[in-house]
Write a protein that binds this ligand. Structure first.
Ligand SMILES: *Cc1c(COP(=O)(O)O)cnc(C)c1O
Length: 465
């Protein structure tokens, strides 16, 4: 399996190459040259298998032989088990209505779905750096959950230093503490005076500075890294087959920000999993919903909401989707993305829009409605959901009540966004035992202005010491 850039100009790489590179050198994102299709028989056989077993079947074709089967199996078993994800099913389904399900993806070490990808990515980095005798600098931006999940995946690893940027004062206290209380010397938390999009722009600027990039062996953990998308494909397979696929179709409502999680669902569908619809569930930062409605992918202002991990107006992974919609035309994507950088807008062709509308539905959900949904689900079934999940639960209402099973991805544990949960439901969610002392732990972070020079200075300084 080889990987190409969405902008058509970067070197074609193997899985090891794209995992270590993150962003492609032409500014694009890496995607597989072709999507492997699993037979109906293979999908049938997934029912009743353990999470790591299904993961092996789904992931193996993407690895393209750069990790041998035995090592890959061991890595997946070490990642997806009850000590890392504190639930025997790893990704359990909970039934809320006759045809409604929640796929709980928050049982990992940092209580959000990002652990699924990052726990694997940390181990992949370890595997490849050890093999190459190389050191890596990881640079990431987080609107909250990526940061802690990446830090948790990299803490104490010998060949990795991780710099994690978060927008100062714009992440929840639990989210901040999960990052800033990790005191290992290979972890540097940076609070940026700006928004999440500013943080993401700083990261992109560092990656686009090729000499800096080479000097410090820069690698990404944001969802621009293909390995993250790949890891997220797995739980679509485990959940759909548990609900009767391939005989029965399943639709998913996905709380969406950077379009990584839902894009993994799109890939699962391309691989042959009978997914009917994918619902893009957004808060009032609705660039994707507007794009599907109007055909214009146009930047808007970022609004702070009670679902802050989706307070994003530029969805990096949407470039991968546009690449697919364009018939995999790298030159066209390169010029579209240039136009977007220049004027903040791209227009999708009518034909592309029709293809997208055949697969994706979208709904934007306000904070007020989100709170009402949290309250109603708590009253109706005693189910406590976090605000991101509640956005998804509302948007799942776009799907017909009878027909394909309706699954909402639950992307975070309610305790991570406790204040919003208490306000909506008067119910105080509890921290799991393994992090009950989070509020007593010492915090450490560096504050920086929204400046590429300041950031590069910090990273280079770290190299010297
Ligand atoms: C990151 C995140 C999302 C958005 O996922 P994307 O892959 O960026 O679309 C949704 N909910 C939570 C809790 C998250 O942490």
């Amino acid at each position: 399996m080889k990987y190409v850039s969405t902008r058509g100009k970067a070197d074609i790489l193997d899985f090891e190459g794209v995992t270590l590179a993150g962003l492609a050198r032409d500014g694009g994102l890496y995607v597989p040259q072709s999507i492997p299709v699993l037979s109906e028989q293979t999908i049938c056989e997934m029912a009743g298998r353990s999470y790591p077993e299904v993961a092996f079947t789904v992931i193996k074709p993407f690895i393209g032989g750069v990790i041998d089967d035995h090592a890959l199996k061991a890595m997946l078993e070490e990642t997806y088990n009850e000590t890392v994800f504190r639930h025997a099913a790893v990704a359990p389904l909970v039934q809320l209505g006759s045809n409604d399900w929640v796929l709980e993806l928050f049982h990992g070490p940092t209580l959000a779905f990002k652990d699924f990808a990052l726990q694997l990515l940390g181990r992949l980095f370890d595997h490849f750096t050890a093999k190459r005798g190389q050191k890596l600098t990881i640079l990431g931006a987080t609107s909250g959950d990526t940061g802690s999940a990446a830090i948790e995946a990299c803490r104490g690893r010998d060949n990795i230093t991780i710099y994690m940027l978060h927008p100062h004062g714009r992440v929840s206290e639990v989210q901040r503490r999960q990052m800033t209380t990790v005191l290992e010397p290979n972890v540097v938390n940076v609070a940026i005076d700006g928004t999440f999009d500013d943080c993401q722009a700083l990261v992109k600027a560092c990656f686009n500075d090729l000499s800096f990039r080479d000097d410090v062996s820069l690698t990404a953990v944001n969802s621009i890294n293909w390995a993250r998308v790949m890891a997220q494909i797995v739980y679509y397979f485990t959940s759909a087959t548990a609900l009767g696929a391939p005989a029965r179709k399943v639709s998913y409502s996905v709380p969406t920000g950077n379009f990584g999680d839902i894009y993994a669902g799109f890939i699962a569908r391309e691989m042959g999993l009978p997914i009917d619809k994918l619902v893009v569930a957004t808060n009032s930062n609705d660039i994707l919903a507007r794009t599907l409605q109007t055909g214009r992918y146009a930047r808007g202002d970022v609004h702070a909401t009670i679902s802050p991990s989706m307070d994003i107006q530029v969805s990096s992974n949407f470039e991968r989707m546009m690449f697919d919609l364009s018939g995999r035309n790298g030159a066209a994507i390169a010029s579209s993305m240039q136009a977007f950088a220049d004027c903040g807008e791209i227009r999708l062709a009518e034909a592309e829009l029709n293809v997208a509308r055949g697969i994706f539905l979208a709904e934007q959900v306000t904070d007020e409605v989100t709170k009402k949904v949290m309250a109603a689900k708590f009253r109706g079934s005693g189910y406590v959901s976090d605000p991101h999940t509640a956005v998804g639960l509302k948007a799942a209402g776009l799907l017909p009540e009878s027909g394909p099973a309706r699954v909402t991805l639950s992307t975070a544990h309610p305790v991570k966004f406790g204040a919003a949960v208490v306000e909506a439901t008067r119910h105080q969610p509890q921290l799991p035992k393994h992090m009950s002392d989070l509020y007593e732990r010492e915090e450490r972070f560096v504050s920086l202005p929204n400046s590429v020079d300041a950031l590069q200075g910090l990273v280079l300084e770290g190299r010297v010491q």
